[in-house]
Design a protein around this ligand. Structure first.
Ligand code: ZN
Length: 169
């Protein structure tokens, strides 16, 4: 097991899914989704779809287009937490889940929320503790050009970033 054992002591197993296990931290009540398998960087390990389509974002939606925000299925994916050094990516063109780093069995799945979100409905302060933590997570439209170079974005967000960058220049 590669995950620090002391971290697991606080975690209660909630449910198991094909490639993931959902845990809840008994101190904070926060849920987190952890890999049930080990994955190589760049591997496609699952797919997702929409159970509902909304025209405005909320805390649980993933943006796939200008006015298209989906509720995820499998619904356990809503518990993938944000990190400024993420290990998975939601490709909203192919609807594939992609590992963007090597992931060990037991590692928490994390995702860079601005990779799919242009303007977030619920911005929040990030305490992920990673080297390049952005501290304030509000959506891709708030990222500096330097920050943009560090992340993989969906086709929709990449297009928006290129357009807004051209406007700045
Ligand atoms: Zn962070």
């Amino acid at each position: 097991m590669n995950y620090p054992a002391h971290s697991f002591l606080k975690l209660i197993k909630i449910s198991h899914h094909s490639f993931a296990t959902l845990y809840q931290n008994k101190n904070t009540g926060e849920k987190s989704l952890h890999s049930a398998v080990s994955l190589k960087s760049d591997s496609i390990f699952g797919t997702f779809e929409a159970t509902d389509i909304l025209t405005t974002p909320n805390k649980y939606t993933l943006q796939v287009n200008e006015n298209t925000h989906i509720i995820l299925s499998p619904d356990v994916l809503q518990y993938v937490n944000h990190s400024c050094n993420p290990n998975i990516f939601f490709d909203t063109t192919t609807f594939e889940l992609i590992a963007i780093r090597d992931i060990a069995k037991g590692d928490e799945f994390t995702f860079f929320y601005p990779a799919t979100e242009w303007n977030m409905e619920s911005p929040f302060s990030c305490f992920c503790g990673e080297n390049h933590c952005l501290h304030r997570i509000q959506g891709a439209s708030f990222l500096s050009p330097e920050t943009m170079t560090r992340y993989r974005f969906t086709d929709f967000i990449s297009q928006k970033l290129n357009i807004s960058h051209l406007q700045i220049v």
